[in-house]
Design a protein around this ligand. Sequence first.
Ligand code: ADP
Length: 448
Amino acid sequence: MFNKVLIANRGEIAIRVMRACRELNIKSVAVYSDADKNSLFTRYADESHPLGGSTPSESYLRVDKIIDIAEKSGAEAIHPGYGFLAENPKLGMECEKHGIKLIGPKSSVIEAMGDKIRARKLMKKAKVPVVPGTIEGVKDAEKAIKIAEEIGYPVMVKASAGGGGIGMRTVYEEDELVRAIESTQSVASSAFGDSTVYIEKYLEKPRHIEFQVLADEHGNIIHLNERECSIQRRHQKLIEEAPSPIMTPELRERMAAAAVRAAKHIGYTNAGTVEFLYSNGDFYFLEMNTRVQVEHPITEVITGVDIVKEQIRIAAGEELSYSQDEISIRGHAIECRINAEDPLSDFKPTPGRITGYRSPGGIGVRVDSGVYMNYEIPSYYDSMISKLIVWGRDRAEAIERMKRALAEYIILGVKTTIPFHKAIMRNEAFNRGELHTHFVDHHRKQIE
Ligand code: ADP
């Protein structure tokens, strides 16, 4: 096992990883930007080192500085968390050069899955259903029109390098297609440095259902069942739950088998998530995330598996601590992402000082957060400040518990998404489990 691990991230996920390190008796090394010098994670770590600068490109994206600090502090491994460098193959490559272990899959696998076209091709080979559409980049307008006609409108133009909900446009008719291709190309080129786009069928009211997989470096691979993440805004998740309210043993078996087949086919190791869109009884591969996900705690809550500890163990060369038979689901979990955003003002970020803070507690409540009383939320990073996770013996109890926990959660000084979550928990369609990825838009009036 490692003696020291560097966490190349900030906020709640940095603390989450450090907690796993502490339970494994591993010393943790934090790196932080100027804007984060008073952040909780810098104090939670056994040692903390400045990266300088405040923008991500000056700080958390600086592979050179992070490797340098890892070497100087004697860290044997780096955990990238999610976001920042987590899906950048460059970090893995540099780690390999410097004899540092990256806690994640091989950089070649990260690279392959980061390219959505390549991922679609690989999945087709693995006999995992993908969303109908092209498996080549589309450049030529005439060809694109022909392809879209074959697929049938509406279609989606997607950047092959896209991520974080950026680089996708829905197209309802032919007139809009060429312009959508051009604009997606230009967004993709400036956001990801790669203008390649492809076309796939736009599913009208799909559910987002994903499977957590764990694979060690000895060929063992298991799945930890599904999470449903259909409550989204602008293709970004806001609420996740596990298990999915529509899951049946038969569907779970088929989807889990596809997820495991996908991971096996690409030689996946460590923790990963295979995302699917589900619509009218069919499911389609969307993408694979080659890192720990924001919403991993709900799976931990219903299975009892510490996913981050498993990640570290796997990276240290150990075998999985569980066989598939040992994984079962107990009850129901829900996560609400608490963002410093004003839900009544188009979810505009609300950085600033937290002037009053009390987090909820009691039975079945878990809060993974990086903030505290008097903390100043910086404007440079993602606006998620906390994750509120609850467990209930069934979905109905989990919803009641979430309502109770949201009512207990006090954050003063900045507007947050807490009122939005309260409205969703009260929503009748949500309570009936009638979810789809446009739920938030669809129920806007009742939610506001
Ligand atoms: P990103 O990598 O940017 O997160 P994804 O491909 O994972 O993008 O898609 C994010 C979300 O966008 C999905 O959960 C879904 O809501 C929506 N989406 C993506 N592709 C489609 C599609 N073909 N049809 C309908 N919705 C889609």
